[in-house]
Design a protein around this ligand. Sequence first.
Ligand SMILES: NC(=O)c1ccc[n+]([C@@H]2O[C@H](COP(=O)([O-])OP(=O)(O)OC[C@H]3O[C@@H](n4cnc5c(N)ncnc54)[C@H](OP(=O)(O)O)[C@@H]3O)[C@@H](O)[C@H]2O)c1
Length: 247
Amino acid sequence: MIKPYIPAPTLLKGRVILVTGASQGIGREAAKLFAKYGASVILLARTVKKLEILYDEIEQAGFPTPAIYPMNLANAAPKDYEDLYKNIETHFGKLDGLLHNAAMLGTLTPIEHYTIEQWYQVLQVNLNSAFLLTQATLPLLKRSEDASIVFTSANEGFQGKAYWGAYGVSKFAIQGLMQTLANELEAHTAIRVNSINPIKVKTALRKNAYPAENNSSLPLPQDILSQYLYLIGPDSGGITGKNFDVA
Ligand SMILES: NC(=O)c1ccc[n+]([C@@H]2O[C@H](COP(=O)([O-])OP(=O)(O)OC[C@H]3O[C@@H](n4cnc5c(N)ncnc54)[C@H](OP(=O)(O)O)[C@@H]3O)[C@@H](O)[C@H]2O)c1
């Protein structure tokens, strides 16, 4: 990406983009930005109230009407992903972008004491749901002339770090999933697959991970989004299998 990135105002016109974890933090601001550039965004998270507020903001700004899709990735069954596929198929007929952004931190605990239930839950939300969602929506992404899947990585998923437990392990695995999928799809489809590591952003997740940190100088989600826009849109055509750190 050439900096500063100056996207065309209609960069995402006519595109349908699903964003997980759209109720707050990075996902919320990314979804709003995609809508600003012309995309119909599908907003997925658990907290309906927050999704409704975002829906209203997008409508009031005059951007394409979004869709709300409440879903708990911790306990969704394969049938729920099938239903999501059917809903998108009925309302939009295709999918051009998928931002896997939702994640939970779990607890910062030594492996020795990590509770089994929490281990399963973190891996379900951060990793297994990304597999299930990708598999369910691939037929819709294949209908797009230029589709992009973006996963979300983290520093703890490149270098193992004490106490980061299931969160760190899930992010290691997300890199594996991203690279495997990119390699599978590059020869036969117009789907590119990459990941973004947001490094340090002032969000609830960051606050939970570093409660004592003075976060006043951390970037806000809206400050780090140009790489998201670039990767989800057509300007990143041909780029696949790569991770990008944003700061
Ligand atoms: N902030 C950072 O410094 C940083 C650094 C590196 C990587 N990241 C990554 O960036 C991504 C976004 O993080 P963030 O900092 O913006 O975190 P955040 O503010 O805590 O947002 C997390 C989002 O995930 C959703 N989510 C959590 N559990 C869910 C579940 N069971 N089902 C459905 N949705 C669920 C939340 O929505 P509901 O609660 O409404 O469900 C929320 O919208 C994550 O993948 C994170 O690992 C962040």
